[in-house]
Design a protein around this ligand. Structure first.
Ligand code: ZN
Length: 558
């Protein structure tokens, strides 16, 4: 592709062009953005170059020689890149007179390229820094055969269709407003009712699992965050303090210190252990505006957070319980496959090596007892302890980091928290931090794409739409909707003087799970004909019979 661009746009300067997980891109410095027509021309030129089956020749040069070559051709970006390479020798590849800096390896010749597609054009700052010049990026992908390429293009099409930002607008679920600020989510009624349903489910399951539910404020004295270590280890993700009556306060980036304060509010005994505190706690973290992305990367979000205080000999058992709980919650949303990672001690950390070892071993043993396959993520733990991360696979087999379980010896130390043991003496408890869904915002984004907006009945904002064919059917439609609502079903009526086909289309676009259509026959027989959102007709049902079916499906979260 770079060679084709060189032929067609001799004035372009070449920056970097790496391979990515599913393709490649190249950044060019050129005085105008590329157009779709340019892509077509580049594509044609690439096909010519491939047909010529020209060999790629690797040459090893001294760095000095390489700098000389690229300086002569005015390739300032290559010269800059070379100045940062420590090696004495570098490799370049030459093909049909075109030379590029590359570590390799390459295919033997251009003819080995069997299938490719240029995908898109985007602006990109040199080195991702908005203070640098904006370059023009071309994305593409390549496969060893046409069939695999086609499959990948279908996958990309499906990803585009499921984009949660697009579906969020179409289904009126949420928005992000310039007036409010980037990375801050407004939950619209349709999104909010889904969130409430998830929260209700989450709270009830936590109560069933012997957790206590908490609430805590959104700000606290800066002093608290200095004590917790966040101010030293996490400041780049925190906002500037605000002053209230001469004292600095800080928006909370985490919920932990609040739960510790509640723990500390009275004398604790081993008899109460383990103490499990859970909160849907809203936190605020600084993210550069350039990395914000819909619901997936935001500045304010609600964690489904919990902290467990226990003895050292209870850690493993608690981790096992949390793993079971996590798997149950994730399964409910249709996620049954995941990748598990055990993250170990990072460079920037607190606590003794012994504590790190005890806690890392407890996590490892729990994973092994559960028979969960896992990978080690070296150095990716939190500053206060090791963690287990669970990445779920969605319906397109994409991975998403959601659940996390972290062992912490450090905060109990910092905050000097104790419990009275069976020996009558004071001991230091262990703290476990965990989140199952991670953040409600991000999890919702993942859910929208996972379901393609076709939410299961228990989550669907409108569960049933009652449509009329003519005005004379309105009373009966209202009666049916009324019955459904008293049974706790989210039902809506469509009584307008519109063609029934139009009403069906409208409800189908909104992905309403069931449509009840009322006509003369339904009115006369007092029966319901029901149309599922995939177009299948079921029934006729007596109303009680239909309510029974709906309730069964909702309660089982199918
Ligand atoms: Zn925590």
């Amino acid at each position: 592709m770079a060679h084709a661009v060189r032929e067609l746009f001799p004035e372009a300067k070449f920056a970097i062009g790496p391979a990515t997980d599913d393709g490649f891109y190249y950044d060019f410095d050129i005085d105008r953005p590329f157009t779709p027509e340019d892509l077509e021309k580049i594509d044609k030129k690439m096909t010519e170059i491939i047909r010529s089956n020209t060999p790629f020749v690797r040459k090893v040069l001294s760095k000095k020689e390489a700098v000389e070559i690229f300086r002569k051709t005015g390739e300032i970006y290559k010269v800059e890149l070379l100045s940062e390479i420590a090696d004495e020798e570098v490799s370049v590849y030459e093909e049909g007179g075109f030379v590029d800096l590359c570590r390799g390896p390459h295919l033997p010749s251009t003819g080995a390229v069997k299938a490719f597609k240029l995908l898109s054009i985007a602006g990109a700052y040199w080195r991702g820094d908005e203070k640098n010049k904006m370059l023009q990026r071309i994305y593409g992908t390549s496969f060893s055969n046409e069939k695999d390429l086609k499959e990948h293009l279908n996958f990309l099409e499906e990803v585009k269709k499921r984009d949660h930002r697009k579906l969020g607008k179409e289904l009126d679920l949420f928005s992000i407003s310039d007036d409010i600020g980037p990375g801050l989510i407004l939950w619209h009624p349709n999104g909010a009712i889904i969130r409430k349903t998830i929260e209700d489910f989450w709270r009830q399951e936590h109560l069933n699992a012997d957790y206590k539910i908490l609430y805590s404020p959104h700000i606290a004295k800066l002093n608290l965050w200095q004590k917790s270590g966040h101010w030293d280890f996490y400041r780049e993700n925190m906002y500037s303090p605000m002053e209230i009556e001469g004292i600095d306060y800080e928006l909370k980036p985490m919920n932990c210190p609040f739960h510790i304060s509640i723990y500390k509010s009275s004398l604790r005994s081993y008899r109460e252990f383990p103490i499990r505190y859970a909160e849907l706690g809203t936190v605020y973290r600084y993210e550069r505006s350039g990395v914000l992305h819909g619901l997936l990367r935001v500045r304010g979000f609600t964690q489904d957070d919990a902290h467990i205080f226990c003895r050292e000999d209870q850690i493993e058992d608690e981790i096992l319980k949390i793993l079971d709980f996590t798997i149950f919650i994730l399964k409910t949303f249709g996620f049954d496959s995941y990748d598990v990672y055990l993250s170990t001690r990072p460079e920037k950390h607190v606590g003794t090596p012994e504590n790190w070892e005890i806690s890392t071993n407890a996590l490892r043993q729990a994973l092994e007892k559960k028979g969960l396959a896992y990978q080690i993520d070296p150095g990716e733990g939190v500053f206060y302890g090791p963690k287990i991360d669970i990445k779920i696979k969605d319906s397109l087999n994409r991975s998403w980091q959601c659940s996390t379980i972290q062992v912490d010896f450090n905060n109990p130390e910092r905050f000097d928290i104790n419990y009275r043991g069976s020996d009558g003496k004071d001991h230091r408890p262990i703290m476990i931090h965990r989140a199952l869904m991670g953040s409600l915002e991000r999890f919702f984004g993942v859910l929208i794409e996972h379901y393609a907006g076709i939410f299961p009945l228990w989550l669907a904002p409108v569960q049933i739409a009652v449509l009329t064919i003519a005005e004379r059917h309105s009373d009966y439609a209202l009666e049916i909707a009324g019955r459904l609502k008293t049974e706790g079903v989210r039902a809506e009526t469509k009584l307008e003087n519109e063609k029934v086909g139009y009403k069906i289309r409208e409800a189908t676009i909104k992905k309403v799970p069931y449509l009840i259509i009322i006509g003369d026959k339904e009115l006369a027989e007092r029966k319901l004909t029901v149309r599922k959102r995939d177009g299948e007709n079921i029934g006729p049902f007596a109303i009680d019979e239909f309510i029974g079916l709906i309730k069964e499906e909702t309660e089982n979260r199918r």
